[in-house]
Design a protein around this ligand. Structure first.
Ligand SMILES: C[S@@+](CC[C@H](N)C(=O)[O-])C[C@H]1O[C@@H](n2cnc3c(N)ncnc32)[C@H](O)[C@@H]1O
Length: 433
């Protein structure tokens, strides 16, 4: 048996020894030939609603279960941290602990990743024009290490070794949390109450931005062995009071791969968070920056003050955004149209709108739609290649590195949306009532 299969078997034995139940209708399978690592396959026909596996919470790795929390002073430190910081610290600790309870699980996790976070600049440049380069966040991550994680590590030499628990290990743990962790709604977050009084307005704003506030982030062994394929989701994790259960949401014939969903993600997000892309991907989108909308729509002779006033007005009225999103159906968001209308206003028209504090109803007049078309064509110019260039390269996909192939798929997907929207004439999306 290969080392790979031995490690998988050892992991399954560990789960069963710790009260997890795993259906004999599935198995872990080697999908490395498809560049997808391990995955889970049905080895017998599975019926919709069948429980595929059930996990007691003690096998989850989190700030609640990690041995790190039992070390002197550590519980308070973990409770005082927000976001990913507690789980990063726990994962860094457990990965380097020789007798970690989770060793059979940690042994099958990757320590190298295909996400752009680890790419060289020349490869990231292939993604120019897509939303990915601005969202990689390497600098923010390294600031988090420098300002939050490293000081804790340095001040606890009894628990951490700063040469071992270093930036490289931090990046590995960050990537694992990004691609493997789950949000367990039913485990209360211990810090939320403790810190309620210390919250700044900024913290509260951040929390409002995050969708999921209840519960904690945890590594969930086995649930995270399932791969994702857009449109092929056939299983889902259910958070029950006593356990976490993966259940089939469809009948799954023997030999079919069992897929969880990582969300309705466009290829840019799949690549950034998980290091792969899906073809086709019905959730592809293209983002149009608010700055571009402003630059294209404002009259040439507008003063900087008036431009600034229009931006502030639109932001205060919740119309302008950092990015507007165009989905595959090519609908133009009504907020984008209203923003164009305000940017196009004369000084007098804008003064009136300000006085009434009223954003105009989005109207797709010919002059507004001309501006929208111009915005789309300027957006297309942000890519270094044309769609024809991309398609030519993709026709020789075997000669391409995975990074290059994934980059072309992301940018070509965005360009197709822009070109089809332009060609069909931008359609206005119906405003939600
Ligand atoms: C939650 S893990 C799934 C288990 C993983 N395959 C493993 O071997 O550990 C998520 C990672 O699996 C891989 N993955 C998931 N779905 C994939 C797909 N359709 N194609 C390629 N890789 C995939 C990516 O590397 C992703 O970051």
């Amino acid at each position: 048996m290969s080392e790979f299969d031995t490690a998988s078997n050892h992991f399954i034995e560990w789960l069963k020894a710790n009260d997890a139940t795993i259906s004999d209708s599935l198995a872990i399978k080697d999908y490395r030939s498809e560049k997808a690592g391990r995955g889970v396959v049905a080895i017998k026909d599975i019926k919709k609603d069948e429980v595929l596996f059930s996990l007691p919470r003690k096998v989850l790795l989190s700030e609640e279960t990690s041995q790190l929390a039992t070390k002197p002073g550590m519980k308070d430190i973990l409770n005082s941290q927000q976001g990913w910081a507690p789980l990063i610290l726990c994962l860094m600790y457990e990965l380097k602990s020789k007798n970690s309870f989770w060793k059979p699980y940690l042994d099958i996790l990757p320590n190298a990743f295909d996400t752009p976070m680890f790419w060289e600049q020349k490869d990231i440049d292939e993604l120019a024009g897509t939303g990915v380069p601005d969202k990689i966040g390497r600098e923010d991550a390294e600031n988090m290490f420098k300002n939050t994680i490293q000081p804790i590590i340095k001040s606890h030499p009894d628990v951490f070794d700063e040469n071992v628990h270093n930036l490289n290990l931090f990046h590995i743990c960050g990537s694992l949390i990004m691609a493997y962790s789950f949000h367990d709604e039913l485990t209360p977050k211990p810090s939320s109450q403790a810190n309620a009084d210390d919250k700044t307005e900024e913290d509260e704003d951040d929390e409002e931005d995050e969708e999921e506030q209840e519960g904690i982030i945890a590594m969930v062994p086995m649930a995270d062995m399932l791969n994702h394929r857009t449109g092929f989701n056939n299983a889902r994790l259910f958070h029950e009071p006593e356990s976490l259960q993966m259940r089939a949401i469809k009948d799954i014939p023997a030999s079919e791969q069992i897929y969880n969903t990582y969300g309705d993600l466009c290829n840019a997000d799949l690549l950034r968070k998980y290091g792969f892309v899906d073809v086709p991907n019905e959730f592809d989108i293209v983002e149009i920056s608010g700055d571009l909308v402003c630059d294209v729509s404002c009259p040439a002779d507008v003063t900087d003050e008036e431009k600034e006033a229009k931006v502030t007005f639109l932001l205060e009225e919740d119309v302008l955004d950092d990015y507007f999103v165009i989905e595959k159906n090519g609908d133009i968001p009504p907020e984008l149209i209203a923003s164009v209308q305000v940017f196009m206003m004369s000084s007098q028209e804008f003064s009136k709108a300000m006085e009434k504090r009223k954003v105009p109803k989005p109207k797709s007049t010919p002059s507004v739609m001309d501006k929208v078309k111009l915005i789309l064509s300027k957006r297309l110019e942000q890519y270094k290649t044309t769609l024809e260039d991309d398609e030519r390269m993709l026709s020789n996909a075997d000669d391409l590195s995975t990074k290059k192939y994934n980059s072309i798929i992301v940018r070509a997907g965005e360009k197709r949306i822009l070109l089809e929207t332009e060609a069909d004439g931008p359609k206005r999306k119906k405003q939600r009532q």
